[in-house]
Each structure stands twice: as structure tokens, then as C-alpha cells.
Design a protein around this ligand. Structure first.
Ligand code: PLP
Length: 290
């Protein structure tokens, strides 16, 4: 079955879906995005993702392309037209199409909106989680507002490519004081010897991951304590466990950081349990026909 994308009001074949060359997303990375998991025919944490999308738009003074209800209807339509039961939906909004000029375009320029949905093999993800993944560390070189989920991801692209070339899945950015900020497309966590989870506070230095928030809720449900504080690369390397979180990876155990094997090199029991029970703490909204 061929895939379908939503582009500025129309459902079009994915292979022919296109935006104008003067779209400000293309010209200036002047746009924001969201990615939600689709799990067993349900949209995961839709409300939180759409709230973060609204916040990203507000922070950049980009108009919302449509009302929340309409956006949700389009999301469902894109997921259904692509027959996705397990996978991801991607939503991107930019400041619209205008003659190239750094200044904002005229007020009445409509924002551009694009949505795609794709199936992702649940078994492939599970296999990765069974093994655990490696991360490398790399100096933080992003702008100071990474709390906004913009499409300006060049440092993330370069860091993740560097990870891939080193045989790793993810790159952890490290600030000038030696503290881990987050991964190229994930939040970073460690587990202390007493089972406490540690993750960096969600100030302007990281993206406030929705998966991160859900893991915090899940930890609370399980009576696991969470410390929101920065941790160094050294602390991470000698931690009992490490893991990363994102809508596209859920809770993914980390078994190696640079050349250091974490604990005994196998995924830790806490990360495995958080992964297995993740959806107990998530918002799940059923899709039609699921
Ligand atoms: N940090 C960065 C830089 C990301 O790009 C992402 C997700 O794309 C995350 C963290 C995790 O966010 P979420 O859990 O909302 O997917």
C-alpha cells in the first residue's frame, strides 16, 4: 500500500508530497515539529505532545495552523490512511512560504503544516532493547533554546552520524562543565546503586521529553525515587544502569558509553521494567478500526 502524507490541506501520495522551495522551514529551519508513538492502534500521549507543539509555536511566535480539534482529526486520518497500528506520526509546522527574507513574513502568511505516519516494527525495537545500545559523548554545541522542538537539528544530525560511524546508536551532548545534557534525539538517564533515577532538569538546556515525563510518573507509581539533577560522564560510566527515552525509542537501555561497558554489559533490570510497563503510565487514545 502506498503511503499518504498531509500537506497544507491535502492528502497526497507520500512519494509526491512537497512544499514550496521558499517555505521558511526549508530556507531557515523556521519551524517546529512533534513525533508521537502509535502503539497497538492507539495514539500515545497525544495531549502532552500537542501542548508542547503549542508551546514551541508560541515561543517562536508562529501561528497555530489550525484548531486543536481539527489537528487531531487530521492526525487520525493520516494514521488511518497509512494503516499504522504500531509506528510514529510526524507533525511539522513552519512559518509558511514567503520571499526569502530574514524578517518575519507578513502577518497574514499562513503557516505550513505537514504530517506523515509510518509503521515501525515492534519486534525490531524489542530486539534492540534486549541487547541494549551504545552511546558516544560529544561536546554540546547547540543553541541555548533546545527546549523548543525546532526543525533546526544540524548539530543533532552531525552528532548522531558521528555515533553511527562509531557503531553507537546515540550521542550524548556534554556541556562545558562535563555534565551530560541529553542525546541527539533522546533524553539521558542513569540509575544509582540504590535504584534512584537521575535525569537532568528540564530547563532551557534540554528538550522536556514527553517520554521523560511519563517515566517520572511511572517511577512515582512504582515508588522509585527520581533526582532531577545534572550528572557527569564519569558518574554515568560507573552507574548501575543507564538508559535513554524518546517517543521513538521508549525506554532504551544503554550498555556502553564511549569505551566503557555499563555494569555487566547487559540491559539493567530497572530500565527493562520501565520499558515493559511504560504504557501503564501513558495516555492512550484509541484509533478507529483498531
Ligand atoms: N531530546 C531531543 C533532542 C529530542 O529530539 C527528543 C525527541 O525527539 C527527545 C529528547 C525526547 O522527547 P520525547 O520523549 O518527547 O520524544
Amino acid at each position: 500500500m502506498s503511503r499518504v502524507a498531509y500537506v497544507n490541506g491535502q492528502y497526497v501520495p507520500h512519494s509526491r508530497a512537497a512544499v514550496h522551495i521558499e517555505d521558511r522551514g526549508y530556507q531557515f529551519a523556521d519551524g517546529v515539529y512533534e513525533v508521537c508513538e502509535i502503539w497497538k492502534g492507539q495514539i500515545v500521549d497525544q495531549t502532552e505532545h500537542l501542548e508542547r507543539l503549542d508551546r514551541s509555536l508560541r515561543e517562536l511566535a508562529i501561528r497555530a495552523p489550525m484548531a486543536r480539534g481539527a489537528l487531531i482529526r487530521v492526525m487520525r486520518e493520516v494514521i488511518e490512511r497509512n494503516r499504522v497500528k504500531d509506528g510514529l506520526i510526524y507533525i511539522q509546522v513552519t512559518r509558511g512560504v514567503a520571499r526569502r527574507d530574514h524578517y518575519f513574513p507578513p502577518e497574514d502568511t499562513p503557516p505550513s503544516i505537514v504530517m506523515t505516519a509510518k509503521s515501525v516494527s515492534a519486534t525490531k525495537n524489542e530486539a534492540a532493547a534486549e541487547q541494549g545500545v551504545s552511546v558516544i559523548t560529544t561536546p554540546e554545541n547547540r543553541w541555548a533554546r533546545v527546549d523548543i522542538k525546532t526543525v533546526g537539528l544540524l548539530p543533532n544530525v552531525l552528532a548522531k552520524q558521528k555515533a553511527k560511524e562509531a557503531g553507537a546508536k546515540e550521542a550524548w551532548f556534554v556541556d562545558k562543565d562535563g555534565f551530560v545534557t541529553e542525546g541527539g534525539s533522546t533524553n539521558a538517564w542513569i540509575v544509582l546503586n540504590d535504584g534512584t533515577l537521575v535525569t537532568r532538569p528540564a530547563d532551557h538546556g534540554i528538550l522536556r521529553g514527553i517520554t521523560r515525563s511519563v517515566v517520572m510518573k511511572l517511577a512515582e507509581m512504582k515508588g522509585i525515587s527520581v533526582q532531577e539533577r545534572a550528572f557527569t560522564v564519569e558518574e554515568a560510566k560507573s552507574a548501575r544502569e543507564a538508559f535513554i527515552t524518546a517517543a521513538s525509542a521508549l525506554v532504551m537501555p544503554v550498555t556502553r558509553i564511549d569505551d566503557t561497558v555499563i555494569a555487566n554489559g547487559a540491559p539493567g533490570s530497572i530500565a527493562r521494567d520501565l520499558r515493559k510497563t511504560f504504557h501503564d503510565a501513558a495516555e492512550l487514545i484509541k484509533l478507529g478500526g483498531a
